[in-house]
Design a protein around this ligand. Structure first.
Ligand SMILES: Nc1ncnc2c1ncn2[C@@H]1O[C@H](COP(=O)(O)OP(=O)(O)O)[C@@H](O)[C@H]1O
Ligand SMILES: [Mg+2]
Length: 455
């Protein structure tokens, strides 16, 4: 009980763990992927900004080398304006030169800066190191991110003569990534909802499994109950049966007492049959039926049955015919089960016949011996035949109304026959009669004494 409770709790915990873990893994994966894409994008833009500034620097250097400083300033301003008008991603473009104490802006897309001193740290770094410096800065009203690239322009003397400062906006790439991120989060949310729904479904399946287990337990309890109850009923019933037959053996029994005792005996026999059938069904369902296979001579098994049933057949005005061939192959089967099989079939044939003959005969086919129990009884409709081997099935019509039975016999013997490697078939016609054909495997002749066990 505790074990089951713990197991149940474990299953619930596992389901909750899945509900949290799976969406979390997907969200983390998406966030990591987009941040990776974003940093790749940034690097690529930085490379482009560098390149653009260097290309621009060549033109600017040429202008400065070929012109007087005042003329160069005008031409540089024209170059700056032209470059910016052609590349709107360039947020700002300036050219600054060293002027003794600091840096002074020679030309700039932001005209207010022209002539002003430039104090940006990147300018100083690029100047002192003699190489391009790029840094990511936030600027503008929207706090847009920008690459600020400061590239030294090398003069004719091989020394830096000025610095070109280009600020490239990351606005459109950020916007693109933002849109992608938003879209992927919408997709992700839908996915997470679907996963949660699926997992909730899984949770329901866990509950179904629990229900199924409970039902199986209940079924087992029912089987055990039937098995124990029927087993316990058998012993007192055989005592009652014994005493009843002892009473009937008394000579000085009054007529009424004899009649009453006979009725009691009939009813006890009926009860015994029911209990035996239920016990057989219970054993079969639990796979507890044992089969001890050995060569069985059918003539030796069926012969004595004929003697037992002769009186019953005669009392109904029926003839019981069995003439086995002198040489009859033995079948490989369990002798007790074989008895049950043919007792049931002969009993049925007599029970469900009003006139005529019940005939038992044999035929051989390769590897099997077929035994037919044929009657000229009430017969069955094709629909009745199709249900014949179902548990508790009894054909219900005027002919069978007064005939008692459990509807278990044919189901039980079918299980026995099939387990022993045989078959059972039926041919019947309403009002004409029926025949049941049972085949069982022939026992090997060489080591006929060998016995096997089936469970
Ligand atoms: N020889 C037969 N002739 C006609 N009907 C039969 C015959 N044998 C079986 N049946 C039908 O098959 C049903 C099931 O048979 P069985 O399983 O032996 O149960 P039971 O004999 O206890 O009713 C019977 O109730 C009867 O309707
Ligand atoms: Mg029967």
């Amino acid at each position: 009980m505790t074990l089951k409770f713990n197991q149940q709790r474990l299953e619930v915990a596992y389901s909750i763990f899945l509900v949290i873990l799976i969406p979390a893994v997907i969200v983390a994966g998406t966030v990591w992927l987009t941040s990776q894409i974003k940093s790749d994008f940034d690097l690529e833009l930085r490379r482009k900004a560098n390149l653009a500034n260097e290309v621009f620097g060549i033109s600017a250097t040429n202008i400065m080398n070929a012109n007087s400083p005042s003329q160069a300033a005008i031409l540089l301003q024209q170059l700056v304006d032209q470059a910016r008008s052609q590349a709107p991603e360039i947020d700002q473009l300036s050219i600054v030169s060293s002027s003794g104490t600091g840096f002074r802006t020679l030309a700039s897309s932001d005209t207010a800066k022209v002539g002003q001193t430039d104090t940006t740290i990147q300018t100083q770094l690029a100047w002192s190191k003699g190489q391009s410096i790029a840094s990511l800065i936030a600027s503008g009203e929207g706090n847009d991110r920008e690459w600020l690239v400061a590239t030294p322009l090398i003069g004719s003397g091989g020394q830096p003569s000025a610095i070109s400062i280009m600020r490239v906006s990351l606005h459109s790439s950020d916007e693109l990534i933002g849109t992608t991120l938003r879209n992927s989060f919408i997709g992700l949310s839908i996915m997470v909802i679907i996963i949660i729904l699926l997992l909730l479904n899984h949770f329901r399946f866990v509950q179904y499994a629990e229900l199924f287990r409970a039902q199986k337990d209940l079924n087992q309890m029912k089987d055990d109950f039937i098995s124990i109850a029927t087993h316990e009923l058998k012993a007192p019933m055989s005592v009652i049966k014994g005493y009843l037959s002892m009473v009937l053996e008394e000579d000085d029994l009054s007529k009424t007492a004899r009649e009453m005792t006979t009725i009691a005996q009939d009813q006890t026999n009926r009860l015994t049959r029911l209990v035996t059938d239920l016990l057989d069904v219970s054993r079969l369902e639990q796979g507890k039926t044992k089969y001890h296979l050995s060569p069985v001579n059918l003539a030796a098994t069926i012969g004595p049955m004929i003697n037992t049933y002769e009186a019953k057949a005669k009392s109904k005005g029926l003839a019981l015919v069995y003439q086995p061939p002198a040489e009859l192959a033995s079948v490989m089967a369990d002798p007790d089960r074989v008895s049950e099989i043919f007792t049931n079939l002969i009993d049925n044939a007599i029970k469900y016949s009003r006139t005529g003959t019940v005939t038992i005969s044999h035929a051989t086919a390769p590897g099997v011996l077929a035994t037919t129990v044929k009657d000229t009884g009430i017969g069955l409709t094709p629909d009745e035949v199709s249900h014949l081997f179902a548990r508790f099935y009894r054909a219900k019509n005027l002919d069978t109304r007064d005939i008692e039975g459990t509807g278990l016999g044919l189901w039980i013997i079918k299980q026995y026959i099939e387990k022993m490697g045989g078959t059972i078939a039926v041919e019947s016609e309403k009002g004409v009669g029926s025949q049941f054909i049972v085949t069982l495997p022939v026992a090997p002749t060489l080591n006929a004494s060998s016995a096997q066990s089936l469970t």
